[in-house]
Write a protein that binds this ligand. Structure first.
Ligand code: SAH
Ligand code: DHB
Ligand code: MG
Length: 225
């Protein structure tokens, strides 16, 4: 098996099932033209996020890590008319590209981008909590903090999804010197040990290589002291 075959299967699924429209395709095109790294979720993954949000009838979504807004648009399109999505992005250039993509996709009225380090934006979101769905996809070293914040901003039944929990298998390297791998490992350990959460992770193989998603439901929220 090789990456070309994985890409061929992703392309096949994209053509048969996902069938993304011109707005989503143009979002990827504009991201590339703007020189953004091609680390958006794959089309079949974006549609999976969209379907999960619809399955749980999410009305409020918090995304950490916007990039060009590709996953944002998939998620925003799952919201009802009154639904709202807040997405946190550190990089002003990424946010500017995302703002245009989100407007052209027709979901600007549902989406708010907050620019700055996510850890500085999160405290102000307490007045808007609870969020139904969290998508954590920014700097992986901070995932343990993002998990704590998600629990703070959640209600029982909220769903937490995180991207990139496999990293070509590097996740199992306990001695890794990579702060992102250590952040992901601590995040997974915290999630697995937390009685407030029921969690799993699944590996993915495709056009974006070998990676995976973390998925959890909030069973109860911790008592705030
Ligand atoms: N969710 C996007 C991809 C996000 S890539 C998609 O699938 O389409 C990760 C993004 O997180 C990058 O744009 C990066 O600038 C941003 N990021 C990294 N560290 C951050 C931080 N501390 N706070 C907010 N955003 C951050
Ligand atoms: C990286 C980040 C991502 O969110 C992703 O999906 C792939 C790669 C990265 O920072 O390398
Ligand atoms: Mg990602």
């Amino acid at each position: 098996m090789n990456e070309k075959e994985w890409q061929a299967v992703d392309d096949y699924f994209a053509g048969t099932l996902v069938r993304q429209d011109a707005q989503l395709q143009q979002t990827l095109d504009r991201n590339q033209q703007a020189g953004l790294p091609a680390i958006d979720v794959a089309p079949n993954q974006g549609k999976m996020l969209h379907l999960l949000a619809r399955m749980m009838q999410a009305k409020t979504i918090l995304e950490i890590g916007t990039l060009g807004g590709y996953s944002t648009i998939w998620l925003a399109r799952a919201l009802p008319e009154t639904g709202r999505l807040i997405t946190l992005e550190f990089d002003e250039k990424h946010a500017a590209v995302a703002r245009e993509n989100i407007a052209r996709a027709g979901v600007a009225d549902k989406v708010e981008i907050r620019v700055g380090p996510a850890l500085e934006s999160l405290p102000a979101l307490q007045s808007l909590a609870p969020f139904d769905l969290f998508f954590i996809d920014a700097d992986k070293r901070n995932n343990p903090h993002y998990l704590r914040w998600a629990l703070k901003l959640a209600r029982p039944g909220s769903v937490i999804i995180a991207d990139n929990v496999v990293r070509s298998g590097r996740i199992t390297n306990a001695g890794s010197g990579d702060a992102n791998i250590q952040g992901l490992r601590q995040f997974l350990r915290l999630a697995g040990e937390d009685p407030c959460l029921s969690a799993t992770a699944v590996q993915t193989l495709g056009g974006k290589g070998w990676d995976g998603f973390f998925l959890a439901i909030v069973e109860s929220v911790p008592t705030q002291i």
